[in-house]
Design a protein. Sequence first.
Length: 278
Amino acid sequence: MSGARQRLSLNQRTTANWSLREAIDGTLAAGLESIGLWREPVAEVGLATASDWVRESGLRVSSLCRGGFFTTEEPDARRSAHENNLRAIEEAAELGAVTLVLVPGGLPEGSTDLPGARARAAEAIAELAPVAKQHGVVLGIEPMNPIFAADRGVVSTLAQALDIAEAFPADEVGVVVDTFHLWWEPGVEQQIARAAERIVSYQIGDWITPLPADTLLSRGMMGDGHIDFPAFTRAVTAAGYRGDVEVEIFNADVWATPGAEVLATMSDRYRRLVEPWL
């Protein structure tokens, strides 16, 4: 397998119907060397078992998803979110994850204060950053498409994510470049160049239309939608990113497809649309 091909990683949500064991075995069977894990499947088998399986497999863990969701205004809920994120950091360290992906969270119920929610996200990250550093984990802020600003991610652009991340050393807080979330952003190539050493994860998935009723499931396989993957990949490569490239797809049709077939398709699309520009 070529050096670029060795960087292809399966994000667990792309094969959501697979258990952790099945995802590890399927990743190995496809000849991949890296996997992006989610906390829920890890919790189903227990952290110790999951860590043993990962170590025995020899796979790299390109990311652990997810921490975050810390925009609430209620003090008890903020403390609970902080404690949950502390556990996520510990889990990432135990699993050997390169980064812990942070989804900032949406607006609190009844609130219209986007700046306030973003400020609380920045405050929460400031509390977590030194703990993450102690554990050797880099926090990765994931800006999300603005259709999710109300309920999932008040940080909508790479520029906004960098405004937060740049308050911290690059080995503590970075950013996630996800094509699905950022393809629309004006000047995104300039922001990717600005990110440089702060890019801790490059995630790929296409934007498909028409959007399904559940917009969370509007990610498609690369090449099935509207995103210019060569342009994105050239920009990320020019910025100096040399890490894994995670395929993360939320799509009911993809989830209904046998996992081995999904991995075969994603490997082919990666080879044609991404690999030549790494």
